[in-house]
Design a binder for this molecule. Structure first.
Ligand code: BGC
Length: 761
């Protein structure tokens, strides 16, 4: 029988153990031959396999093996389709098995705090619930092949600017409600094998040595049992990191940091048990792969290319379809304009960059459709080329409809730096307006990893957000444009009108090395809906070639306790003329709250396929977390007793059905009464209130009867103002106020006695 990780650890020398705490090179971990402990290989993800052998680097500069690039997370998340993302994960997992890669470095699930983050194309959403659900789906897909994922970048790594030194300063509630839940889902529901800590500091401490993050939260609170590895080069103080729970340093530090750890143990600065824990975890997780390693797993690249195209079509968001300009019909003369139509941008730059074995552009895919093509602009230039523009306008004039492919060039968004603005190159913006002027039947197809400003929106009849659609993007585009596939994706982020509208506009990027998340929980639609601010397109928005109607929203109860679950059912019918898929979105809205809460928050979604005329019932289960906010007094999720609206919405801004439920809290928030406690807070604690009810009545009489308080106005107004004012005075009155208003009957000593009674009541 082979030895357990613990037995192996017991047999190792300190040097051997510490050697396992860091990589052998860029991508491999070390072995201990005498004990049969094998090293494994890690490779990037997330939307494919980037396996590098020689000349390794982590920024995608050097070539990796030929592989398949699936849609980037900006697009795959837009599918709102757990199954689809899981299928993609299965394909990537199988590729890793074939290539003997134990861990695929992804998914990347940081929250899209600003459209400027250079890495948004790789991230999933502005909404933590959506990101957590989609992360879980891809994790389950990859890991079903006995390949690990590495959920990254843990945590609060929401900008590329100064990413290796910046300190993300985020308050407790915001961390819990916005920046951590997707990671929590990845740990608890997804059961990820590995996590990758981020480069940045979180509230003053580097993630790579942040004990609260890596041990107290991740392992003790969330029950995570996998490896935490560093992002490449994220280690600052390795000894501190070992104690904090950072198992694996990547890449190799050529033994320097391993020796530091040995020394710290020898000098009594680090308890050896921390080394043992890390090593045991590393061996255990690597064994999950090694025991099932199967390089004979087939990798049919052509099949995965086809899969990438098929999935890609379900990731494209139809944003505008005026007069039913789409789908295009056979027989129509179509001009396809824009260099991107021939040279698509289908992935972002940096460590996720896949060396695609094949790329299918829109022009390739639409070769049999008899389209005319004009280049229109140079992708890598901001300047207009008069000859190309003239040619494009000629093509547009001669066509029934125009499909103009525009978007962000590689240099505009990439890992490693942030965008400075939200614009596409000026030559493309200008071309769109010129083309629209000669042919109003214009469809714009965008390739971009993050929202862009659309000054030409009014003059485009059709608009498709194609995101970064993977190497078979052309096939996906063709399918949606000509209606072979009915578009069904929805925006996983808000498309704001302009950069200045974005919630963190005033503080994004931070000052020096400090990035304070001033906007708190109001990220993405949580901000725009609260401010009733116009946006280009709201979170969750997306059209279809058919129509859906909702009916029959029903809840399993009118009233529940916060320990119960609530079943919600709604019927959705395809009332249009063709088959399609609808994303049913459930949001919860707290009618009244003592803490600041968003207008509504996504708490459930499902994607259903429906034939014309068909109706299906979609069911959701809500639990305490669906109603709760993070309470910083008890450091836990808390539901305020009250009425919540369950809203079925077309998008974050458009509720279509609504039903109320009363949720009763079973948790009484602890309260210590002091002289400063005010009446309205005490009133929530009937027993404490009883202690001072007589006093309160006396005080109420004072405020209610006080003639001096009344303004010299009409008699009726006097009464109204007086009543309201009196009540307010009473509600906000601190206990110490009783001393002033009791005409000497109450002093501090008496009050102290009452406080003792109240606190013990
Ligand atoms: C990136 C990670 C990536 C790693 C290895 C880092 O620069 O932040 O996402 O997995 O490199 O390439």
């Amino acid at each position: 029988m082979s030895k357990t990780p613990r037995e192996l650890v017991a047999e190792m020398t300190l040097e051997e153990k510490c050697s396992l705490l860091s990589g052998l090179d860029f991508w491999h971990t070390k072995s201990v031959d005498r004990l049969g402990i094998k090293g494994v290989m890690y490779s990037d993800g997330p939307h494919g396999l980037r396996k590098q052998d020689d000349k390794a680097d982590h920024l995608g500069v050097n070539d990796s093996i030929k592989a398949v690039c699936f849609p980037a997370a900006c697009g795959s998340t837009a599918s709102f389709d757990r199954e689809l993302v899981r299928t993609m994960g299965e394909a990537v997992g199988a590729e890793c098995q074939h290539e003997q890669v134990a861990v695929n470095l992804g998914p990347a699930i940081n929250i899209k705090r600003s459209p400027l983050c250079g890495r948004n194309f790789e991230y999933m959403s502005e909404d933590p619930y959506l990101a957590g659900e989609m992360a879980t789906a891809i994790i389950q897909g990859v890991q079903s092949k006995h390949i690990g994922v590495s959920v990254k970048h843990f945590a609060a790594n929401d900008q590329e600017h100064r990413r290796m030194s910046s300190d993300s300063v985020v308050d407790e509630r915001t961390l819990r409600e916005i920046y951590l839940p997707a990671f929590e889902a990845a740990a608890k529901k997804g059961k990820a094998w590995t996590f990758m800590c981020s480069y940045n500091k979180v509230n003053g401490e580097y993630a790579s040595q942040n004990k609260w993050l890596l041990t107290d939260l991740l392992r003790k609170e969330w029950g995570y049992d996998g490896i935490v590895m560093s992002d490449w080069g994220a280690v600052s103080d390795r000894v501190k990191g070992v104690e904090a729970g950072l198992d694996m340093e990547m890449p190799s530090s050529a033994g320097v940091n391993d020796a530091e750890v040995v020394k710290a143990v020898r000098e009594g600065r680090l308890d050896e048990k921390y080394v043992d824990i890390c090593v045991e975890r590393i061996i255990e997780v690597h064994n999950r792969y090694l025991e099932h390693a199967d390089p004979s797993t087939p990798w049919d690249k052509e099949a995965d290319h086809i899969l990438a195209g098929k999935l890609g079509a379900d990731c494209e968001v139809l944003l505008k379809n005026e007069g039913g300009i789409l789908p295009l019909k056979d027989g129509e003369k179509i001009a396809v304009i824009g260099e991107f139509a021939a040279k698509p941008r289908f992935q972002g730059g940096g460590s996720s960059h896949i060396n695609s074995f094949k790329v299918t552009s829109l022009l390739d895919a639409a070769a049999d459709k008899g389209v005319t093509y004009a280049q229109g602009y140079h992708i890598n230039s901001d300047d207009e080329d008069a000859a190309l523009v003239a040619e494009a306008l000629e093509a547009a004039k001669a066509a029934d409809k125009v499909v103009l492919v525009a978007g962000l060039p590689d240099s505009y968004e990439s890992e490693g730096y942030d965008r400075k603005h939200m614009r596409i190159p000026p030559n493309q913006n200008a071309l769109i307006e010129k083309v629209a002027a000669v042919n109003p039947n214009l469809v714009v197809l965008l390739y971009n990893g993050s929202p862009v400003e659309m000054p030409w929106l009014a003059c485009a009849k059709g608009l498709i957000e194609g995101y970064l659609g993977g190497q078979n993007v052309g096939t996906a585009n063709r399918a949606v444009l000509w209606g072979e596939v009915n578009p069904s994706a929805r925006l996983p982020e808000t498309m704001p009108v302009k950069l200045e509208d974005t919630p963190c506009f005033l503080s994004y990027g931070g000052e020096g090395n400090t990035a304070v998340y001033n906007e708190g929980i109001f990220v993405g639609y949580r901000y725009y809906t609260k401010k009733k601010m116009p946006v280009l397109f709201p979170f969750g928005y997306g059209l279809s070639y058919t129509e859906f109607t909702y009916s029959n929203l029903r809840l399993s109860a009118e009233s529940i306790k916060d320990t119960d679950t609530l079943q919600v059912c709604v019927d959705v019918t395809n009332t249009g003329k063709c088959a399609g898929k609808e994303v049913v979105q459930l949001y919860v809205s707290d009618r009244e709250s003592e803490v600041f809460r968003p207008v509504r928050e996504l708490k459930g979604f499902d994607k259903v396929a429906l034939q014309p005329g068909e109706t299906k019932t979609v069911a959701f289960t809500l639990d305490k977390r669906s109603f709760a906010y993070w309470n910083t007094q008890i450091h836990d999720w808390h539901v305020e007793t009250g009425v919540f609206d369950i809203q079925i919405c077309k998008d974050a801004d458009t509720p279509v059905l609504c039903a109320p439920v009363t949720v009763e809290s079973t948790v009484v928030l602890p309260m210590t009464f002091t002289e400063d406690s005010i009446t309205m807070d005490i009133a929530k604690y009937p027993k404490a209130m009883a202690v001072i009810s007589q006093l309160m009545n006396n005080a109420a009489a004072i405020f209610g009867d006080s003639e001096e308080q009344k303004p010299e106005d009409s008699e009726a107004a006097k009464e109204a103002v007086s009543d309201e004012m009196g009540q307010a005075m009473m509600a906000y009155l601190p206990l110490r106020g009783m001393i002033s208003f009791s005409q000497g009957r109450i002093n501090h000593e008496i009050l102290k006695g009452l406080l003792d009674q109240m606190n013990n009541a």
